[in-house]
Design a protein around this ligand. Structure first.
Ligand code: MF3
Ligand code: CO
Length: 258
């Protein structure tokens, strides 16, 4: 995310294979908790209940929240419903049939961060909502495919932008993916739009949180009065999928995959 503090070090922090295994462990916890929280989504559930489940599971895994207390963020989970793009705060809001809800979750285990997000349907959803979820998840897959040595950050960005714009959607510009490791946000930033061949060159040992935030309408967003919840300016639907990925000699290694 753009405005977040970066580690004191301004350089890209490469990870050893041992460190990547530690990140796989923290990201596995994230993936398992996200899967269980996602399975709990249904009409009638309050977003606060999803947060409570995630908090419970964190204790069980003996992991710490990456989000709670971060710049004063009050929960362990972000729950962004419909036109909410990211950073929705869990509340007494009741999910209803036809909603979509983005679940963004981060954990720290053994000093390393994990970070991932999924968007899930609440009961039966519209055809357009289904298409938005599918295209956003596809964009993440295409972006990850570009996370290999010799490619550039711009190849990841362009893969996202190209895929979603060719389907009539738009990629959010005000929030970005990021390096991840001992800090939740490290260099480099990973925009969801850009040009092939531009930006930082990717090397083995880079660990990246790639997170397309895709709007059904225009790319503009605004932050609500609560200081956190980002919504689409045109109030169109928005979806978000995220994986933490290591760049290796053998190509992308998805750490937050079950
Ligand atoms: N996945 C988001 C990110 O990379 C979540 C941050 S939420 C916060 O920035 F609460 F921690 F700010
Ligand atoms: Co992230």
């Amino acid at each position: 995310m753009g405005a977040y503090p970066l580690p004191l070090e301004d350089r890209i922090i490469l990870k050893s294979p041992q460190e990547i295994e530690r990140m796989r462990a923290s990201n596995r916890v994230v993936a398992e908790i996200l899967q269980r929280v996602g399975a709990a989504v249904r009409p009638g559930v309050k977003t606060r209940e999803l947060n409570a489940l995630a908090e419970d599971l964190l204790r069980k895994y003996k992991a710490r929240s990456a989000f709670k207390g971060y710049n004063g963020y009050p929960a362990v989970l972000c729950t962004s419903v419909n036109e909410e793009v990211v950073h929705g705060i869990p509340s007494d809001r009741v999910l209803k049939e036809g909603d979509i809800v983005s679940l963004d979750f981060g954990a720290v285990l053994d000093d390393y961060y994990g970070d991932a997000a999924i968007t899930v349907p609440v009961g039966a959803i519209s055809e357009e909502a289904r298409r938005l979820l599918r295209v956003t998840e596809e964009a993440l897959g295409k972006a990850i495919e570009q996370a290999r040595p010799g490619n550039h950050v711009g190849d990841i960005s362009a893969a996202i932008q190209g895929h979603v714009e060719s389907r009539g959607f738009s990629a959010v510009r005000d929030f970005v993916g990021h390096g991840i490791g001992r800090f939740m946000h490290e260099k480099p930033q990973i925009p969801n739009f850009g040009s092939p061949g531009r930006g930082v060159r990717l090397k083995p040992g880079m660990t990246l949180a790639i997170e397309p935030m895709i709007n059904a309408g225009g790319y503009g967003v605004e932050v609500l009065e609560d200081g956190w919840t980002a919504v689409t300016r045109d109030r169109s639907l928005s979806a978000h999928f995220e994986h933490s990925v290591a760049v290796t000699e053998n190509g992308p290694d998805i750490l937050s995959q079950l």
